[in-house]
Design a protein around this ligand. Sequence first.
Ligand SMILES: [Mg+2]
Ligand SMILES: [Zn+2]
Length: 235
Amino acid sequence: MPFAYLCDFDGTISPEDIGAAFVRRFSAGRDAERDALLEEWFAGGLGHRELTRRECELITATEEDAIAFGRTFKLDPHFAPFVREALGRGDSVMVVSEGFDFYVRDHLARAGFPELPWASNRAVFEGDRVHPEHPFADPACSSCGNCKAQHVRRYRGRGFHTVLVGDGLSDRCGAKAADTVLARGDLQKWCERERMPHVTFENFADVAEFARRQDLSAPLPRPSRTTSRSGPRGR
Ligand SMILES: [Mg+2]
Ligand SMILES: [Zn+2]
């Protein structure tokens, strides 16, 4: 059975959370309002779609500023080799992000994967104002801007064993829907609290190692010709 790896972007493919840093950087002077919103979200009183909308109201940034800022971050250096190896084996990789399109698209293209499937929220810039759009909002979920469960279910419906790879609370819907969860950070803590089986990881070198171990269709190593010829024949 092929595996589909649905990978969170902020805090996972990008070790730093670019979306959160973007909000912090371009809402300078409005820290108290921003922190209050985050607290409300952590406490469960605010969905992530609503959090994004209200954060955007605090932001002053042009699209040019935003893209340049996004480029100051680096992806996990193990991500690109993991993707190449997984695709080479016949597995699928999709990026599922509760962040914004402008940096996800840009980073994937610059990492050499302009064709890799991805889904995120959309940031629409008008001068120095930003308005979020949620092309992947799922009517079945009142919280997420881009509910990761729908992407997991789509791959599952196509016969994949689904693996959600993530680090945060916006991965919860995806994790519940997935066959296997690879977790770190707040997602790991949440899995522990909820007693949800999961595998921990540090970076994409670990994800690649996990993926290799699942490759049960790979032929077992065979003795080399030289060994079998020079060794004793028969049993
Ligand atoms: Mg994350
Ligand atoms: Zn959701």
